[in-house]
Design a protein around this ligand. Structure first.
Ligand SMILES: C[S@@+](CC[C@H](N)C(=O)[O-])C[C@H]1O[C@@H](n2cnc3c(N)ncnc32)[C@H](O)[C@@H]1O
Length: 220
């Protein structure tokens, strides 16, 4: 437990330092999963989107430009500062609210209060299996019936799985970033009592990172 706390605090500081040293590091273009999610959310009639681990906001800004109301959260205030500056430049500040929030704690929203939740490469951060289950329970709590959850994770087929410093529980630290590489069983267990719509493999970046994009819905 003390080790988990220490790792989480080290990681928060590492992300703060990274966003400070490399403002807007993921670029201005939305990720491929965000393009897909915006279409899926619109098709489901969603209006409000909660994004977890939004960073400097390449995807939150896409959702805002597409007309969604967005609550963008991250445990890095520096990333969220960059997101708000970009939102002002793009004149979508009215569509985006930010909140500093660590997903190891309960989500700052009432039950059944959002239509859609998006999290690109957040669940595969330095979170234990138990913390990931607790987070997905929280996502389910805040989603309305019929609500959609789209998340992406690096998986055990990724080239960095098993490389670097092991923290146990399939978490490996490489270049200062700790990643929880997902086995398929974890995806399936997180979808219990949801409707699992897809587990889509894709790649991102130069390594490339190997990820799954998962879509699951709260039964209406
Ligand atoms: C791999 S980055 C992805 C950022 C963003 N989703 C994107 O794709 O542009 C992971 C993000 O999760 C955030 N993060 C990591 N652990 C977190 C935690 N426990 N609570 C909230 N945010 C966290 C980091 O600060 C970082 O912004």
């Amino acid at each position: 437990m003390a080790d988990e706390q220490e790792l989480a605090e080290t990681q928060r500081q590492h992300w703060q330092n990274t966003y400070t040293a490399h403002p807007g590091m993921y670029g201005e273009q939305p990720s491929a999963p965000a393009l897909h999610a915006a279409d899926a959310f619109r098709a489901a009639g969603a209006r409000e989107v909660l994004e977890l681990g939004a960073g400097h906001g390449r995807d939150a800004l896409h959702f805002a430009r597409q007309g969604f109301s967005v609550l963008a959260t991250d445990f890095s205030p520096t990333g969220l500062d960059q997101l708000r500056d970009a939102a002002a430049t793009l004149e979508v500040s009215g569509q985006v609210i930010t909140a500093v929030h660590d997903v190891r704690t309960p989500l700052p929203l009432p039950d059944a209060s959002v239509d859609a939740v998006f999290a690109h490469m957040l669940l595969c951060m330095a979170l234990s299996t138990q913390e990931i289950h607790a987070l997905v329970d929280e996502v389910r709590r805040v989603l309305r019936p019929g609500g959609t959850f789209v998340y992406t994770v690096r998986h055990t087929g990724d080239a960095h799985y098993g490389a670097g410093v092991s923290h146990g529980d399939d978490i490996y630290e490489h270049g200062g970033f700790a990643v929880h590489f997902f086995p398929r069983e974890l995806v399936d267990s997180l979808a219990e009592n949801w409707t699992l719509t897809e587990v889509h493999p894709f790649e991102e970046g130069e390594l490339p990172r190997r990820l799954w994009r998962i879509t699951q819905r709260v039964p209406a």
